[in-house]
Design a protein around this ligand. Sequence first.
Ligand SMILES: Nc1nc2c(ncn2[C@@H]2O[C@H](COP(=O)(O)OP(=O)(O)OP(=O)(O)O)[C@@H](O)[C@H]2O)c(=O)[nH]1
Ligand SMILES: [Mg+2]
Ligand SMILES: [Zn+2]
Length: 235
Amino acid sequence: MHQVNLETNIMELNEEIAAENKEIFLDHNLFTANLMSAPGAGKTTVLEETIRRIKKDYRLGVIEGDLMTTIDADRIAALGVPAFQITTGTVCHLDARMIHNALKSFDIHNLDLLFIENVGNLVCPAEFNLGEDLRVMVYSTVEGEEKPKKYPMMFHEAEAVILNKIDLLPYAGVDLDQLKKNVLEVNPSAIIFPVSCRTGEGLDEWVDWLKSRIEKSRETMSERDRTRSHAHHHA
Ligand SMILES: Nc1nc2c(ncn2[C@@H]2O[C@H](COP(=O)(O)OP(=O)(O)OP(=O)(O)O)[C@@H](O)[C@H]2O)c(=O)[nH]1
Ligand SMILES: [Mg+2]
Ligand SMILES: [Zn+2]
């Protein structure tokens, strides 16, 4: 019984801090995207390819989450983008407080777009709201068609699912159509992008969608700003 209560408290506290993060992001017109996947599915590689394609359009920052090392943050910094590494030690996901603290390392007044690469883990990260605008799952297609059914939560939580490493499909013997069907069975509204970071296939489609998603969110934000200043005016 004790344990259940403790877990409930942890999740409630996380929701509170996530709501604070969301306020901060809104106040700074900062769009945030949380990338989640099992270890090695290609989050950092997708980020590198994405950054190359949109660096000119947005002022970017990246928060990296790993158990240990600054390897991923170093990869991002090599592209000339500010990157902050969170090392969680033994914790297998990022939580809202970690993001809250990491924000202090950025000049968020001068950022348009913040990527968060979560700790490589197929289960846990999907449970923790960070206050982000967008959740993206990266899945390595070589892991098989059935995983969306066996590990539904992350597929279910993601707005977009990137099916990565399609260059390896012929070797893996994985049926991409069946995999897509299984993703949609778990999450009928998922937007699916089959991509290869090796050949570049599908990456432009993903980046185009991301840009339009950011712009849509921007319109909502400025709508909110107008409503706010209007209310203020009449106060
Ligand atoms: N063949 C192929 N390899 C890829 C592709 N994308 C990434 N890789 C390789 O997959 C390996 C893991 O990629 P990462 O980007 O480090 O994966 P990650 O999800 O960031 O890994 P963690 O942060 O450790 O969880 C690297 O060796 C990449 O070069 C792809 O589209 N095709
Ligand atoms: Mg990585
Ligand atoms: Zn965890």
